[in-house]
Design a protein around this ligand. Structure first.
Ligand SMILES: [Zn+2]
Length: 450
């Protein structure tokens, strides 16, 4: 078979960053060698000083297909993913219709994804009040894990679970050995905070932030940790925003509980102090908090207490953001930014002394581990899928609508100046994004762990 070699002065592997060449045969990486070891007869693609990172894995986003493809959809989400350096997306079970809570719903999602994906994908299964008997069949049908909400998810279709309902599902989840991803906020602290803010100015971001206090995350996480101790399942906290929950999480991890934690680029880039009046593009749940909290989340990265960074890309039709009205109470909560997550993270991480290897860990290897596909995805190593991104670390750019590539080009990142430009993305050995264009027919497929 034809051997192709991809050269760079900065190849990012788990061992570090070094000048190297990826030797690619078909869809796989055959070897990673020094530049001198490249066989003379191999086809050569030299990217010079542009870095080669593993294709990114986003373990948390909302594609909203089937049923709400007018919000996003597989075609546009995977196009934005390719432009953003992602080669595998793991779709959340809600916002699509039906929610992915049964095998039949999973099959409908598979049908929606057919022939239109530019990158590979997988789907989490949903845990709701009445589906404990669907969970093991979903696992057998190929979901890599489950997701549930301890609070109303802001939309009908996937219902929240109470502690009692979750208890009914946990034995089945534990038997599958798959992780349970949880939106960890409890309604109690949010309801009482919101009551006290009835007459507050809801065009002011501070009002929204105060309505979702850190206490909501902390109390949810405490319950989850005790359930984890009792039922011995793999617990994953999605989109951690409250830095005050970190001590409990760290203690549980040091005690050996199987707990992992993610946060998102928006919590690491923005801060509440800088969010303008009425700027509902910044609304998400849990909320972006203040600068001091953001720096504590970065410190948690430094201390190795955060396993991964996922986008929680959650778009909606523009009218649902109620931009004209500017009301944080009624606007849709969800941040769109899939295609710029890598430059956002690079800009912030480099400024704090982190390296490309850290980014690869948080955005490729970490999410691949969560989704159980870390033996094939998320690393540049022999035998792995030839998924990689060519990233020009020397350039900077302003975020414009043309660079977003998802269905509705809205984002709080618009006009931000970011470092690092994605030159190309390769999926299983072939380019799916090159300098702003999407070559070839969509070749993305559902990834099934072997
Ligand atoms: Zn989400």
């Amino acid at each position: 078979m034809n051997l192709r070699s991809f050269l760079s002065r900065q190849v990012v592997t788990s061992e570090g960053v070094r000048p190297a060449a990826l030797l690619v045969e078909g869809e796989r990486i055959r070897d990673v060698v020094t530049l001198e070891q490249v066989p003379a007869w191999a086809e050569i693609h030299d990217f010079g000083i542009a870095a080669i990172l593993p294709g990114l894995v986003d373990s948390h986003l909302h594609i909203n297909d089937p049923g709400r493809a007018d919000w996003e959809g597989f075609e546009t989400a995977t196009r934005a993913a390719a432009a953003g350096g992602y080669t595998l997306l793991v779709d959340m079970p809600l916002n699509c219709l039906p929610a992915t809570t049964t095998v039949a719903a999973l099959e409908l999602k598979r049908a929606a994804a057919r022939h239109c994906c530019r990158v590979d994908w997988m789907a989490w299964g949903g845990v709701v009040a009445d589906n404990p008997s669907d969970l093991e069949p979903l696992a057998a049908a190929g979901v890599p894990g489950f997701k549930c909400f301890l609070i109303h998810p802001g939309i009908d279709g996937l219902t929240m679970v109470t502690e009692q309902q979750l208890r009914a599902a946990l034995p089945a989840i534990a038997r599958t050995g798959l992780p349970l991803l949880v939106h960890a906020e409890l309604p109690g602290p949010i309801d009482s905070a919101t009551e006290n803010l009835a007459n507050a100015d809801w065009s002011c971001y501070q009002t929204y932030m105060q309505s979702r206090p850190q206490e909501a995350e902390i109390s949810a996480i405490r319950i989850l940790l005790s359930l984890c101790r009792e039922y011995k399942f793999r617990l994953h906290i999605v989109h951690l925003s409250a830095s005050q929950a970190l001590p409990d999480l760290c203690a549980a991890r040091s005690a050996g509980l199987p707990v992992t934690v993610e946060t998102c680029p928006h919590y690491l880039h923005f801060d509440a102090e800088s969010i303008p009046q009425s700027a509902t593009l910044f609304k998400c749940a849990p909320p972006i908090r203040n600068r001091e909290n953001r720096e504590k989340l970065w410190q948690a990265h430094r201390d190795g207490h955060i396993d991964l960074v996922a986008t929680d890309h959650s778009p909606c039709p523009p009218e649902m953001k109620r931009l004209a009205e500017g009301n944080f109470r009624t606007a849709w909560g969800g941040i769109a930014g899939l295609s710029v997550a890598l430059p956002v993270m690079y800009t912030e991480a480099i400024a704090r002394g982190f390296a490309l290897t850290d980014i690869a860990c948080w955005m490729a290897e970490g999410p691949a581990k969560l989704a159980g596909c870390h033996k094939q995805k998320g690393r540049i190593a022999p035998g792995y899928d030839a998924d990689f991104v060519v990233f020009d670390t020397e350039s900077a750019f302003h975020v414009t609508k043309e660079r977003l590539h998802y269905r509705h080009p809205l984002s709080p990142y618009l006009d931000e100046k970011l470092r690092g430009v994605i030159k190309a993305t390769y999926l299983r050995g072939k380019p799916v994004f090159v300098d702003g264009a999407f070559p070839g027919e969509p070749r993305g497929r559902e990834h099934r762990c072997c």
